[in-house]
Design a protein around this ligand. Structure first.
Ligand SMILES: [Zn+2]
Length: 153
């Protein structure tokens, strides 16, 4: 299996990409605000590469990572994130929770606590040098809840 894996260069997709890893909910309402946040806030000014956001998604990801939901095992989330980190050389992960989450129907204040815990869990994986936990609020604005690691992507 491993020997059949082509290098990223051979795989092509025709470009030079900066990969960022989004670990969040499957909810499509977080897609646009998080993409905008990454491009405006996470990526260094003057970055010439195209931004490619690898998405690791589950319903209620903040509850899964903080141990409050067993919808998916954390190990599965880890394995997906590992592909982004190791094969795409992503060094930055954005952990996302959001208001009105069907997969994790709790108060916003609970999401915020879960996001804080999730950032620590992802940091413990030692896959990324920077982890930012964000909450997409009821106005679909992105609030930074916590972050580990320095600098921009
Ligand atoms: Zn959700």
């Amino acid at each position: 299996m491993e020997e059949n894996r082509k290098t990223e260069k051979e795989n092509g997709m025709d470009g030079d990409f900066l990969f960022i890893t989004e670990i969040g909910c499957m909810d499509g309402r977080e897609t646009e605000p998080v993409e905008r946040f990454i491009k405006n806030t996470v990526v260094s000014e003057g970055e010439s590469r195209e931004i490619a956001i690898d998405k690791v998604t589950e319903p209620g990801m903040d509850a899964i990572l903080s141990g409050d939901s067993n919808f998916t095992q954390i190990f599965q989330v880890y394995k997906k994130s590992e592909i982004s980190a190791k094969h795409h050389k992503s060094s930055t992960a954005i952990v996302v929770g959001h208001s009105s989450c069907a997969g994790n129907p709790v108060e916003d204040s609970v999401h915020i606590k879960q996001i804080e815990k999730s950032v620590k869990v992802v940091s413990g994986w030692n896959l990324f040098t920077k982890i930012i936990g964000v909450f997409v609020d009821a106005k679909r604005e992105v609030q930074i809840i916590s972050s580990i690691g320095e600098g921009k992507a």
